[in-house]
Design a protein around this ligand. Structure first.
Ligand SMILES: NC(=O)c1ccc[n+]([C@@H]2O[C@H](COP(=O)([O-])OP(=O)(O)OC[C@H]3O[C@@H](n4cnc5c(N)ncnc54)[C@H](O)[C@@H]3O)[C@@H](O)[C@H]2O)c1
Ligand SMILES: [Fe+2]
Length: 400
């Protein structure tokens, strides 16, 4: 393909895909701050619901942080059943077990209580339950006739912003390749961003998930589907992450930093739901599928490398972020500001303990990883396509 053909092909793919995504999406009603899960529980009571399926994971359930929410739901007159079978990067099989549980318990609604894995599983449980379908029947874009049953979310990590997005990422049972369910009805009716619940989130998960939020903010901001609305949320999320992530890692008890990170995560989710993501996510999803690299960690490892690669194609936008985050003055010019921003991303990674390399990537897998990442990345509105050679260089750079 000549350079001109590549450009035309790029534009065509972008405009076809954008017709599916570029429409305003609903936003959940959001309660924020300490005790906001109790406020959410009261609000759920006022919806007149009978029994809610709470979808979570076992380690989180065992920690007991969910108990005040369960008590508040009971006080609000809502019965609960718990499905705590979610594992990181949930598979269709896990979702199917959750749908079975929903029907066995005679539930009429779903509450996600957990990180992105629990929220994504809960989204598809709510959609599958409404449509008498299993997870496989929900895969793809707008595959179901009926909207999800009433669905609510309490994120317990600050990174994915899944409580704001219309996407659920579900892994294939056998290959663990990541697939997506996309539907506006996956956006919860209401959510609570409660820093109290994140107090005990371990440092390495705080760090990795926080970098997921920053990646959402930057990839949506420099991508080609950005809008005034998504730019607003993207910049706000960048500012919150640069000012609070290191402190949330240093001192997990600092609830102000925790709340700021929960907001950053939410704003990042609002930004990507219309503006989507880019090559950091395209490569990271495949590292997650093949080796189980946690989503946020994969993004954190890749983000500075992809920014180095795209810096000449997104200079003005990267400079905007640097100025907005107080890293320099406009008068310094876009190239110097872009350099400052990328250096700050490297520095933040170092400060919060993100390693620079991983030893999981096997040389014999690299070509397969490149192919899968470039296919996925080609569907995202990145500033430009990256080449096989560039993708290989990035994978080599993060390999120990
Ligand atoms: N739908 C979307 O828009 C979207 C966006 C980005 C990522 N994702 C998906 O989200 C998933 C990753 O989610 P994640 O990064 O939040 O991690 P996660 O949900 O997989 O949780 C990671 C670990 O953190 C633990 N944990 C969670 N909250 C805790 C707390 N408050 N205290 C102590 N431990 C806690 C969990 O038990 C789990 O072991 C991936 O599958 C990714 O593909 C979805
Ligand atoms: Fe992400």
């Amino acid at each position: 393909m000549t350079a001109m053909h590549k450009k035309l092909y790029f534009r065509l793919r972008q405009s076809l895909a954008s017709t599916l995504f570029l429409k305003p999406q609903p936003k959940p009603l959001v309660f924020t701050g300490e005790g906001s899960t109790v406020q959410l529980s009261k609000a759920i009571g006022r919806f007149g619901l009978g029994k809610i399926l709470v979808v979570t994971d076992k380690p989180l359930h065992d920690l007991g942080v969910i108990n005040p929410t369960l008590d508040a739901l009971h006080q609000a007159g809502v019965k609960t059943a718990i499905f705590d079978g979610v594992l990181p990067d949930p598979t269709a099989q896990i979702v199917d077990s959750g749908i079975d549980r929903y029907h066995q318990e005679g539930c009429d609604s779903v509450l996600a209580f957990g990180g992105g894995s629990s929220i994504d599983a809960a989204k598809v449980i709510a959609l599958g339950a409404a449509n008498d379908s299993n997870a496989a029947g929900c895969m793809g874009i707008n595959k179901c006739k009926l909207p999800a049953v009433p669905f609510f979310a309490v994120p317990t990590t600050a990174g994915t912003g899944s409580e704001a997005t219309f996407i659920a990422v579900i892994s294939n049972n056998e290959t663990h390749a990541k697939d997506a369910v996309v539907d506006s009805c996956l956006i919860p009716k209401a959510a609570a961003l409660d820093p109290e619940i994140m107090r005990g989130l371990p440092k390495h998960i705080t760090a990795a998930t926080g970098m997921d939020a920053l990646t959402h903010a930057i990839e949506s901001y420099i991508g080609r589907w950005e809008t005034e609305d998504t730019n607003y949320y993207g910049l706000a999320a960048c500012h919150l992450v640069f000012n609070n992530l290191a402190e949330a890692c240093r001192n997990g008890e600092n609830l102000q930093a925790r709340e700021s990170m929960a907001l950053a995560s939410h704003y990042g989710g609002l930004a990507i739901t219309n503006a989507l993501v880019g090559y950091v996510h395209a490569i990271s999803h495949n590292l997650g599928a093949k080796y189980g690299v946690p989503h946020g960690l994969g993004n954190a490892l890749l983000l500075p490398h992809i920014l180095e690669l795209l810096k000449d194609d997104a200079t003005e936008k990267l400079a905007d972020i640097a100025v907005y985050c107080g890293m320099g003055e406009r008068s310094e010019g876009p190239t110097a500001l872009t350099r400052k921003l990328i250096d700050q991303v490297w520095a933040l990674n170092d400060e919060i303990g993100i390693p620079r390399t991983t030893d999981v990537i096997r040389t014999e897998d690299i070509e397969e990883l490149i192919t899968a990442a470039l296919i996925e990345g080609g569907n995202y509105p990145s500033p430009r396509f990256i080449t096989k050679h560039e993708c290989r260089e990035v994978l080599m750079a993060i390999s120990a």
